[in-house]
Design a protein around this ligand. Structure first.
Ligand SMILES: C[S@@+](CC[C@H](N)C(=O)[O-])C[C@H]1O[C@@H](n2cnc3c(N)ncnc32)[C@H](O)[C@@H]1O
Length: 277
């Protein structure tokens, strides 16, 4: 029977969302308690190298209190809160999935950052964006889900003011995927636009971005993914005790597939930085 296209809400990373509340409860933080942003960092950064990666983006884009930043695929808002908290910038955190959006808005309010982070629930391919309304755009591990990347970049280049910068970290294809691996990338990772780094950069250039730099992060991310899986398995009993076996297994499946796809040499990681002229 045809199962239809993979639904993003069913992707293992986006299930068992009560893990956030349970993780906070394990730190003694109740459902409506205030939260210090630092207490969230272990839970709300859904990309590689946690807040270090976001700090690097803030430096590269030279963000400060006057910067207006758009975060594409904001998840539960971890990168947006970190940027606002550490640089004082204002971030619009755009997220497709209503449940993630709602968790993000709640965490932002409780972290006292609601005046600097605006949560927006919508599709980055359709959500109205103000022309030249942002100084910078960031996206961490999200664009791979978006099928029409060229259109996304055209929208971004219009939404950025002249001279505005764009900073992206994402997955890519380093070598052709075997059919079974392509299937896993689609079903388990919900990858809708896995291409070569060159094609990724061409989409930015075609949308009008200039000074496009591409950095291959695979030598760093592939071992990170293998270590993440090993650490996950090591922590099995303790995690399942707090979150349940189902939640443990969902994430293990995701981490296992990612580690295997790096191992085949097909999956890679990249950073792209570019500027609107
Ligand atoms: C792996 S998560 C990363 C979340 C966040 N960037 C972080 O690093 O913590 C990718 C996010 O992109 C969101 N996303 C996927 N397609 C999107 C779209 N078309 N518009 C907005 N968000 C999207 C997903 O729902 C998911 O929350």
């Amino acid at each position: 029977m045809d199962e239809g296209p993979p639904r993003i809400e069913a992707m293992p990373l986006y299930t068992n969302l009560d893990r956030i509340a349970r993780g906070l409860a394990a730190q003694g933080i109740g459902p409506d308690d205030p939260i210090r942003p630092e207490q969230l960092f272990a839970l709300d950064q859904w990309h590689y190298h946690g807040t270090e990666a976001i700090a690097a983006a803030a430096r590269a884009l030279d963000l400060g209190p006057h910067s207006r930043v758009l975060d594409i695929g904001a998840g539960i808002g971890g990168p947006a809160r970190y940027l606002a908290h550490t640089t004082g910038c204002h971030v619009t955190a755009l997220e497709l999935q209503p449940e993630l959006h709602a968790i993000g808005a709640d965490l932002t309010r409780r972290a006292g950052l609601a005046s600097r982070v605006t949560h927006l629930c919508g599709d980055a391919l359709r959500e109205p964006l103000p022309d030249a309304g942002f100084d910078a755009a960031v996206s961490f591990l999200a664009i791979v889900h978006i099928p029409d990347r060229r259109r996304l970049f055209e929208r971004l280049s219009r939404a950025l003011r002249p001279g505005g910068g764009c900073y992206v970290e994402d997955l890519c294809e380093r070598a052709p995927f075997a059919p079974r691996d392509r299937e896993d990338a689609s079903r388990i990772v919900c990858a809708n636009s896995l291409t070569s780094p060159a094609s990724y950069a061409q989409d930015l250039a075609a949308a009008g971005f200039r000074d496009v730099t591409v950095t291959d992060l695979t030598p760093d991310w592939a071992p990170f993914a293998a270590e993440r899986l090993a650490a996950w398995r090591q922590n099995h009993v303790a995690y399942a005790r707090v979150h349940g076996e189902g939640a443990y297994e969902a994430q293990e499946l995701f981490y296992t597939v990612i580690a295997r796809l790096y191992g085949t040499g097909s999956l890679g990681g990249i950073r792209l930085v570019a500027r609107v002229p």
